[in-house]
Design a protein around this ligand. Structure first.
Ligand SMILES: [Ca+2]
Length: 200
């Protein structure tokens, strides 16, 4: 086999493994612009903090510090929607009503492909309320994700969902490891070939 063919074989193996590693049950959330959260109980909507991590940078694009903004149908207990995106677990957002019609809307700080979404509920009381409907939208109100997060029994009242990287997107650490192994195999094949005596 020629050097070039050995290299191509190594890369092909690496790429095939990389694609297999990225293919999981969940759907990639690409170019998200907005998150909507409501109570799944239904009851008062109470959220201590929302985190939406961007794939690659792992910036929390649902935080005010990253330019996000939040609005809600109503607020109670002297809190505001902004308390859900201030990255503080000491300042919760509470809805003003427990009718289940409350909705918290978060405009992300920038259009982002997401790695994960986490919601932290209450740990001090009322954990039966820590169950949420979540929808994530892209441009033009395209629905990218719809599901429920349940933190009622979760440590720290935190519930999360992880999103896989899109095909051809930013490789995840496990994918990088597989690719490096593939490159290493190609390199080893070349070195082995070079150690062999040259043909007369
Ligand atoms: Ca907060």
């Amino acid at each position: 086999m020629s050097y070039l063919r050995q290299i191509i074989a190594g890369l092909t193996t690496a790429c095939a493994v990389a694609v297999a590693a990225a293919a999981t049950a969940a759907t990639p959330v690409v170019d998200a612009v907005r998150i909507e959260i409501s109570s799944a109980v239904p009851d008062f909507l109470q959220i201590f903090d929302v985190q939406a991590l961007e794939l690659g940078s792992l910036d929390n694009v649902a935080s005010a510090a990253e330019g996000a903004s939040a609005s809600a149908v109503s607020s109670g207990f002297g809190t505001s929607a902004g308390d859900a995106i201030d990255a503080s677990v000491f300042s919760p957002y509470y809805s003003g009503s427990g009718d289940g019609l409350e909705k918290l809307t978060i405009q992300l700080g920038r259009i982002a492909t997401l790695s994960s979404l986490s919601i932290r509920g209450r740990t001090d009381c009322c954990r039966a309320r820590d169950f949420w409907n979540v929808s994530i939208f892209g441009a033009g109100d395209t629905l990218l994700f719809s599901g429920q997060l349940d933190a009622r029994q979760a440590p720290g009242s935190v519930a999360s969902v992880d999103f896989p990287a899109p095909p051809g997107g930013v490789p995840e650490p496990a994918t990088w490891a597989m690719m490096i192994l593939g490159f290493g195999a190609a390199g080893a094949a070349i070195r082995t070939r070079r150690r062999q005596p040259a043909a007369a």
